[in-house]
Every structure is written in structure tokens, then in C-alpha cells.
Design a protein around this ligand. Structure first.
Ligand code: CA2
Length: 152
């Protein structure tokens, strides 16, 4: 099968609240802005994005499983599940697609419990603390990998 020119963009619990609260941490962009940033970055390389956000872990797992059928990779901001979910990590590792992990805030500069990510070692790209533009960076770096244009 040829590599599909599509990425799955996953945003985890509470990221639907972007732009409504805590602007000092997450900025003022909304979830719709995040999807646009990722979609535009993908389009510049001839890729499309299928976006899912949910506050329900099972919905995210189903979307990740479905990505096996028609996506070349997954860009994910798992929200708080980053720090708690073996289940999410198993889903990502189970589908065996390249994964880019994104965090809007600099989790390493925040509370200790945010320093550990269950997703980090199943991801091949990590973009942390670059705000919403970090989604564009993650998309570009993941596309470099899936198209064989990555350094090294
Ligand atoms: O910095 C990130 O992107 C995080 O993944 C965001 C998560 C947090 O649990 C991670 O440690 C870091 C939280 C997402 C909740 O987003 C909100 C946005 C606006 C208002 C309230 C929550």
C-alpha cells in the first residue's frame, strides 16, 4: 500500500477549553485555531489532517486504532492523559504508526507530576513548550519522517 497523505491529529481531555481559561499558560488560541495551524502545515506538504478531540479516553483509542486504515502518522497532545495513561500509550504503540507528541506549555517547567510522559518513548517527535505554533513544527517533522526526508 502507498503511504496515505493524511495525519491523525489527536487532542485529549480539556483541550476543548483552549482560549477560554488559563491564557497565561496556554495562550488565547482556541482548539479550532490548533486544527487550522496543523491543517495548514500539512497542506503545505500536500497532506491532510483528520482531527479528533475528546474528553473520553475510549473515543481517543478508537480514533487511534482507526488511523491504521488510512493515516501515515499521528500528532497527539494527550492533555493530562500524558501523565497517567498506560492505556493510551499501549494504543499508540499498538498501531505502530509514527507519533509526534506535542505540548503547548513547557511541562518540564511546571509541577513535578507533569515531568513524566507515558507517551514520550513511543513518540519519534517531541515538541514541548512552543505554544500552538508547535503543532505546525510537529506536523512538519512528522511528515519529514513519513516521507523519508528526516535528517540522520
Ligand atoms: O501543555 C500542554 O499542552 C498539556 O498537554 C495540556 C494539558 C496538561 O495536563 C499537560 O500537562 C500539558 C491540559 C490541557 C487542558 O487545557 C486547558 C486549556 C485551557 C483551560 C483549561 C485547560
Amino acid at each position: 500500500m502507498t503511504t496515505p497523505r493524511r495525519l491523525l491529529l489527536v487532542n485529549g481531555p480539556n483541550l476543548n477549553l483552549l482560549g477560554t481559561r488559563e491564557p497565561e499558560i496556554y495562550g488565547t488560541a482556541t482548539l479550532a485555531d490548533v486544527v487550522q495551524v496543523a491543517t495548514d502545515a500539512a497542506a503545505r506538504r500536500g497532506f491532510e489532517v483528520r482531527a479528533v478531540q475528546s474528553n473520553h479516553e475510549g473515543v481517543l483509542l478508537d480514533a487511534i486504532h482507526d488511523a491504521r486504515e488510512d493515516c501515515a502518522g499521528i500528532v497527539i497532545n494527550p492533555g493530562g492523559l500524558t501523565h497517567t495513561s498506560v492505556v493510551l500509550r499501549d494504543a499508540l504503540s499498538g498501531v505502530a504508526l509514527p507519533v509526534a507528541e506535542v505540548h503547548i506549555s513547557d511541562v518540564m517547567a511546571r509541577e513535578e507530576f507533569r515531568h513524566h510522559s507515558y507517551v514520550a518513548d513511543v513518540a519519534v517527535v517531541h515538541v514541548i513548550g512552543e505554544g500552538v505554533p508547535g503543532y505546525a513544527t510537529a506536523v512538519a517533522r512528522l511528515i519529514d519522517i513519513v516521507t523519508g526526508q528526516a535528517d540522520g
